[in-house]
Design a protein around this ligand. Structure first.
Ligand code: ADP
Ligand code: MG
Length: 249
């Protein structure tokens, strides 16, 4: 088994009060294979976001290692790490974090322009095809105040994919959406995964995890269990998948 991203014995400890500490991640080991759609599910406070921030190099773990495509990223210096995050990783969060003073299209292309690796024409073309894929072509020139929450999250997804990342990370990416928009974003992620993208989500929501391919269950900073659901193909499978996962929580 070759891992695109591998976490080995990752620990995160926060100071807690004056003389105490809180062990938020406890020897977490995880291998994400290329092309996988994996979710880490667990109750609020179990350490899911902390795990995502630490394995993606957004935060510094207390001990342990993370390898991406065989390269140890946990020992990289901040400049190399931010370059790696920019070019190899995409992120979506609960809030879309789009910039208010740019229109939708400019929000999507900004990080690729900043990376200065490709001509703007090439970047613009990719942005256009991502907008088409996510169904937001008609709002390209709009202000972010003129789009719905679901459209904005799809724009955030385009922004996350603009540099052709090797892996897409999502922290409760549908958490701020109504259930219809959330379902649409999850279906979009599933279809992007079927086209080959590697995706790792963290969520407390069994409905979200049910549309992923493998679910890892986290509790009190430990990975307790995991379930191979296989790729989600049709809605008739969903109810059973959701029920199985809800029983876990
Ligand atoms: P989840 O995403 O599963 O809800 P988090 O990873 O956000 O959980 O948090 C796990 C635990 O770590 C919580 O008890 C939280 O209070 C603690 N924690 C998270 N971030 C910090 C921080 N920056 N400083 C101190 N404690 C933190
Ligand atoms: Mg969280």
């Amino acid at each position: 088994m070759t891992c695109l991203l591998e976490a080995v014995n990752v620990n995160k400890v926060y100071p807690f009060g004056k003389n105490s500490e809180q062990h938020v991640l406890k020897d977490v080991a995880l291998c994400i294979e290329e092309g996988e759609f994996i979710s880490v599910m667990g109750p609020s406070g179990s350490g899911k976001s902390t795990l995502l921030y630490n394995i993606s190099g957004m935060d510094k773990m207390t001990s342990g290692s993370v390898f991406m495509e065989g390269q140890e990223i946990s020992s990289l210096h901040e400049t190399d790490l931010s370059q790696l995050r920019l070019t190899k990783m995409g992120f979506i969060f609960q809030q879309n974090n789009l910039l208010k003073n740019l229109n939708i299209f400019d929000n999507i292309v900004l990080s690729a322009y900043m990376a200065k690796k490709e001509d703007r024409g090439v970047i613009d073309q990719r942005a256009e095809s991502l907008m088409k894929l996510t169904g937001i072509t008609e709002i390209a020139d709009k202000d972010i105040t003129q789009a719905s929450g679901g459209q904005l999250q799809r724009a955030a997804l385009c922004r996350a994919l603009i540099n052709n990342p090797a892996i897409l990370f999502g922290d409760e990416p549908t958490g701020a959406l109504n259930s219809k928009a959330a379902g649409e974003v999850m279906d979009l992620l599933a279809s992007i995964n079927r086209e080959g993208a590697t995706i790792m989500l963290v969520t407390h929501d069994a409905k979200v995890a049910a549309k992923t391919e493998r679910v890892v269950y986290m509790l009190d900073g430990c990975i307790m269990d995991e379930l191979q659901l296989g790729k989600y193909e049709e809605t008739s499978q969903l109810k059973e998948r959701e029920e199985t996962l809800a029983a876990w929580l």
